[in-house]
Design a protein around this ligand. Structure first.
Ligand SMILES: [Zn+2]
Length: 375
């Protein structure tokens, strides 16, 4: 069994439910220290972060990822203990198998193999690992990036090991992500008897036409590389429980996934404008999870494409779909950011798994990438 698979199993057996790290980073750091990385643990609050760097020249190539995993969900729905790695018919099961402990193991073992072959490589290699990607993402990558900025340490190329593949390993890489903007809406009405609507003001009725316009609106056409912007309601609540009472208030939550065609101000103004035009009385709190980012075709995306095709024989599809990732914090540093990892079909589900052959394939892709960039 390869070292990448052994290391993946070792990581899965650590119960690192976000934001816990449970020694995963120490284990990775031990591997990296042995091959000449300078190790810097950077804890913030209850979050463990690791910055490790080999070399002080540029360009700086950085592997990025996370050791935390999402909760298991109902244990009786798993066919084996999510924190006891189990192999059945060439597939490794366990929480974090795909998202993203196999990715971390592939990166670290790729660095080991590469450094053994090319101890005098050009540029530098770094690892930016956090235990707060699945949680609030406040004390994780964001904080480490702030620190790097104050030190003037620049990342030129960043490869995130998030599970980017859809059906086969290496079929898809991500070259950007849409932005994510959420709103918490309260619509103010006047409570009253349902038989005397003239004495009340029904917030459900007030919002309905505005909501119809928001959900049916065509926000933009997207771009060649981005899907169009979408508006989705995630929660809506009103009513007192009594069938004869007009409610006094409505609460709703919604989210916009937006392409770089949009600006934050324009989105906010459009939503608020539609609500006002329909006479809705409201308060609205906005929360920005991440601005969109995009790495145009360049040195990194070509090198990743070739590194993948060397293993699979097929160049990957370049995508910007899916949710946000920690790339949103790294890209603003001016870094090119590309995501390449295992198949994402089972992530966050029960019986999360990864094919053993895919771990080894990913490890080879990462080795190829280091060779293409730093030899
Ligand atoms: Zn992940």
């Amino acid at each position: 069994m390869s070292q990448a698979i052994e290391l993946t199993r070792d990581l899965i057996s650590r119960r690192s439910v976000t934001p816990a790290d449970e020694g995963c980073q120490t284990l990775l750091a031990q591997h990296l220290e042995r091959i000449g990385f300078v190790i810097e643990p950077l804890p913030f609050g209850n979050v463990a972060n690791l910055w490790a760097r080999r070399g002080d020249r540029r360009p700086l190539f950085c592997f990025a990822g996370h050791t935390d995993v999402v909760p298991t969900g109902p244990l009786d729905e798993w066919d084996s203990d999510p924190f006891v790695p189990e192999i059945r018919e060439g597939v490794l099961y366990g929480r974090g198998a795909a998202d993203m402990k196999s990715g971390l193991a592939a990166m670290v073992t790729a660095a080991e193999e590469f450094v053994a072959l090319h101890p005098q490589h050009s540029g530098s290699i770094a690892f930016l690992i956090t235990s707060d990607e699945e949680g609030p993402s406040v004390d994780g990558t964001r904080r480490v990036v702030e620190l790097l900025q104050t030190r003037g340490e620049r990342i030129d190329w960043c490869l995130m090991g998030e599970p980017s593949s859809e059906v086969c390993i290496g079929d898809t890489i991500k070259v950007g992500r849409r932005g994510s903007l959420s709103g918490r809406l309260t619509v103010h009405g006047v409570q009253g008897h349902i038989a005397y609507p003239q004495l009340a003001d029904n917030p459900v009725h007030a919002l309905a036409p505005a909501l119809a316009e928001l959900v049916s609106r065509s926000w933009d056409q997207g771009t060649e590389h981005f899907q169009p912007t979408s508006f989705q309601v995630s929660n809506i609540n009103s009513g007192t429980g009594a069938p004869n009472v007009i409610p006094g208030e409505l609460k709703a939550r919604f989210n916009l996934r937006y392409s770089p065609v949009q600006t934050l101000e324009n989105l906010k103004n459009t939503v608020e404008g539609i609500l006002r035009r329909h006479g809705v009385r409201f308060t609205l709190d906005w929360y920005l999870s991440g601005e969109p980012f995009y790495t145009p075709p360049g040195v990194l995306s070509s090198a990743v494409t070739e590194a993948v095709a060397e293993v699979t024989g097929v160049p990957p599809r370049l995508s910007t779909g899916g949710g946000t990732s920690d790339g949103r914090f790294i890209a603003p540093l001016g870094a090119q950011v590309v995501e390449l990892g295992v198949v994402n079909a089972s992530i966050h589900k029960v019986n999360e798994c990864v094919r053993l052959a895919d771990i080894d394939a990913l490890q080879r892709m990462y080795c190829n990438l280091l060779r293409r960039l730093l030899v």
